[in-house]
Structure formats: C-alpha cells, structure tokens
Design a protein around this ligand. Structure first.
Ligand SMILES: *Cc1c(COP(=O)(O)O)cnc(C)c1O
Length: 222
C-alpha cells in the first residue's frame, strides 16, 4: 500500500459514511492524484483554475472536481464545462457568471455559499446579510444554471479548540436557518462543507457533511 492510500484509509476511518471526503490535491502533480484515484478516491479539490483545468485534461473523466478557492469571474468559463461543485461563491456577481456559463454549456452547476466565519480578516466569505441578499436575488432572476446545495466556511487557524468549534457550530446553524427560511422544500440543499486536515474531526462533530482534506492525505505541499 502506498503512503497516500494508507493516509486516505486513516482519514476515512475517522469519517462517518455519510460525510463526503474531498481530497485537496492543489500543488500536487497528476501522478500523485492518480495514487489517490487508484485507492478509490473520486472527489478532488483545487483552488486554482489553471491547475484544475490542466489536471482535468489528463486525469480520468469520472473524477469530480471541486473548486474550493476564491474564484475570479473571468475564469469561470474555463471550469464551467466540467466542474462538479463550486464551494466558494462569495458574491452575487460571481453567482450570476456561474449561472451564465452553466447555461452556455447546457449544464446546471452545483454551488455552495461561502460564509465568513473566522476571526481573521483575510478569510473570504459573506456575512449573513450578504448571503440572504444573494439568495433573494437568485430567486428573483430565476438562475436556471445553478443549484444552491448549501454552505461552506473556514475556521480560524488557531489551537483554540473552543473557538474553532464555535465557528463550525455557527456555520451549521446558518445552514439550518437558511434551510428553514429558503430551502425547506428543497432536498438538494443538504451540504455543509467545513473541516480541513487540522480540524475535520471537530467539524464532523459539529455537523459537517463534506470535509476538504489536503495535507493529511498528500503530505506537506511541495
Ligand atoms: C488548502 C485548502 C484546504 C485543505 O487544507 P489542508 O490543511 O491541507 O487539509 C481546504 N480548504 C480550502 C479552502 C483550502 O484552500
């Protein structure tokens, strides 16, 4: 067994079967992604469009590619033909562009609304009010090219477990509120993307349905 297969097994062993594992392969070459693929992994996350497009072209077509990093509107066109889930919707204008490019490709693209839950100023994401505005605007204009599947967030990078737990809990509560207020009749609104190598066990305890794990699978980024 390769180290990557063994790491994957170790991470999966800590996840309930209902939680989706996105293996974050950013900065790792296609051969490394293939090792995880050969061990059965199919969901992979990338944060740079260029890199995702290059890997998608040379790797098996049944891989589900997740866009997890901040996404510029002028790059949406490149991933629209194949991307499986965009985790990083952080403005109405970005969502409008995803909708437009999806329709040009005859697709419906699944998306998550990224919340700002961390203390750090640098982490992207929207406030509760901005999220409500995006949902309302999406309702008014229709947007047949997108399907809002849930929420995503990144906790503060800190050793303070109580703080990380509280941030994850707040994201889960935001998801439940949106479900109640906007998506009660929509079974597809079912995803809470939270948890990375350092905090995915906490995230799952706080209700994550999808974790994004890089280092714990692929080792230190090269
Ligand atoms: C890099 C990255 C991850 C994975 O981080 P690790 O600490 O390597 O597990 C998860 N989510 C986002 C948004 C990332 O950019």
């Amino acid at each position: 067994m390769t180290a990557i297969a063994s790491n994957l097994g170790h991470v999966k062993g800590q996840l309930p079967a209902t939680v989706t594992l996105v293996a974050v392969s950013k900065t790792h070459p296609p051969e490394t992604v293939m090792e995880a693929y050969d061990a059965g992994q199919r969901d992979f996350g990338e944060n740079r469009v260029q890199e995702m497009v290059a890997k998608q072209a040379v790797l098996p077509q049944d891989i589900r590619w997740h866009q997890i990093g901040s996404l510029q509107r002028n790059k949406v066109r490149q991933i629209a033909p194949f991307v499986h889930l965009i985790h990083s919707i952080d403005s109405l204008r970005l969502l409008e562009e995803v909708d437009r490019q999806a329709q040009l490709n005859g697709r419906v693209i699944d998306v998550l609304l990224q919340f700002h839950i961390a203390q750090e100023e640098t982490k992207q994401g929207m406030s509760h009010r901005e999220v409500d505005e995006v949902i309302s605007a999406a309702r008014v204009t229709g947007m047949d090219g997108i399907r809002i599947r849930g929420v995503m967030g990144m906790a503060t990078f800190t050793d303070d477990e109580a703080q990380v737990r509280a941030e994850f809990r707040a994201l889960r509560e935001a998801f439940l509120r949106l479900k109640r207020e906007h998506f009660a009749a929509d079974d597809a609104f079912d995803t809470v993307s939270m948890g990375m190598s350092g905090d995915f066990v906490l995230a799952v305890e706080e209700g994550s349905t999808m974790v994004r794990v890089g280092g714990a699978i692929f080792g230190r980024r090269g």
